[in-house]
Design a protein around this ligand. Structure first.
Ligand SMILES: NC(=O)c1ccc[n+]([C@@H]2O[C@H](COP(=O)([O-])OP(=O)(O)OC[C@H]3O[C@@H](n4cnc5c(N)ncnc54)[C@H](O)[C@@H]3O)[C@@H](O)[C@H]2O)c1
Length: 335
């Protein structure tokens, strides 16, 4: 069977997902596109031999859409996910699941009422070969029990303008999710330390920031987030365990030596660093839909957990206090 995917929002990532689905993902095709910027949807639809529609509802309800990919701006995800749940259609919803934990809870409640899992959240790092290899080191024969995790997340330029609270909900949400996934447990407290800002940081905002969390068993998780790092896009993760250390490679495949200098390219965007992860995520999603096997990626519950951590991190940033993170009771659907 071929899964016919309808895509809501065809900007940077929506277009990348569309091209991946059309070119590299077995068992899928892109059938329908919608974007408020209609010419953008028309252009891509023409390139892919898809059609475009004029409303979100027309896309979700279309007979030739088996599954929905939500790649609209952060603030629209919850609304679009609720519409797809109401139509009973499976979806890959870009991160974050929602802005604000109340909105994320509403999506989880709607999925629980529906009675089966429809949502995979686009936390694609769970499919990145680097992170997968890192997690494989966390065994008794490997680095042993994790004690401290150091994360670095740097953008070349602030992707959607720079507001510190959005850095937490849009950018650092990747680390909130991937550290829960790596450690296999929830995060229980958060502090956000402001410091000296870079020259491109708007007045009143903070960049870089340091986020320090603790997990259920007490593991310390430190995250440096720097939106305007300028030199390139870079993600690092280093785990210190009780019998060793594992450091994730930087995604570099080729080292070039010319003119007495040895080095490698740094990607400008997340698309370069995580190209394999995006493709593998889509393939796993489409394969699960095609075979009826469980979705492997982040669930709506994981999306809610990340949204709760983001909200508490905003509180920690505003107050300067260490803030506890309490999740609601996990519904059976996600156990
Ligand atoms: N998983 C990742 O690593 C990753 C990477 C990039 C972006 N994202 C997420 O994907 C989403 C899109 O990011 P982007 O970089 O592609 O942004 P973008 O601004 O390039 O694209 C967003 C698109 O959505 C369209 N749009 C705006 N309002 C809409 C609406 N109501 N309905 C339908 N379309 C609408 C815009 O016209 C635009 O084409 C964001 O939520 C972002 O956080 C995730």
């Amino acid at each position: 069977m071929t899964i016919r995917v309808g895509i809501i929002g065809v900007g940077n990532i929506g277009t990348a997902h569309a091209l991946n689905l059309a070119r590299f993902v077995a068992g899928s095709t892109v059938s329908v596109l919608y974007d408020v910027d209609q010419p953008r949807a028309v252009l891509l639809a023409d390139e892919l031999g898809a059609r475009h529609v004029n409303t979100v509802a027309a896309l979700i309800e279309a007979d030739d859409v088996d599954a929905v990919l939500i790649a609209s701006p952060d603030s629209m995800h919850a609304e679009h996910a609720m519409e797809a749940i109401a139509a009973g259609k499976p979806m890959l919803c870009e991160k974050p699941l929602a802005v604000g934990d109340a909105n994320a809870r509403a999506v989880v409640d709607a999925e629980v009422s529906h009675g089966s899992r429809l949502i995979q959240v686009g936390f694609m790092r769970r499919f990145d070969p680097g992170y997968v290899s890192l997690k494989a080191e966390m065994t008794p024969a490997g680095i042993g029990e994790a004690l401290i995790v150091h994360n670095v997340h740097r953008n070349t330029a602030a992707p959607y303008g720079l507001r510190t609270e959005q850095t937490l909900t849009n950018m650092v949400t990747h680390e909130f999710d991937i550290n829960r996934w790596l450690l296999g447990e929830d995060l229980t407290s958060v502090m956000v330390l402001p410091g000296k800002s870079g020259s491109l940081t708007p007045k009143g905002e903070q960049d870089p920031i340091l986020v320090i969390l603790q997990s259920e068993s007490g593991v310390l998780v430190e995250i440096e987030a720097f939106c305007n790092a300028r030199y390139g896009y870079e993600v690092q993760c280093r785990i210190t365990g009780d019998r060793g250390q594992a450091v994730m490679g930087d995604g570099t495949w080729v080292t070039r030596s010319t003119d007495f200098i040895r080095g490698s390219q740094i990607p400008e965007l997340w698309l370069g660093r995580f190209q394999d992860a995006y493709r593998l995520q889509l393939q796993a999603w489409v394969t699960a839909l095609n075979t009826g096997s469980p979705l492997l990626g982040a669930s709506a519950w994981d999306g809610l957990a990340a949204a709760v951590v983001s909200d508490r991190a905003i509180e920690a940033y505003r107050t300067g206090e260490r803030v506890n993170i309490d999740l609601p009771l996990k519904p059976d659907l996600y156990r």
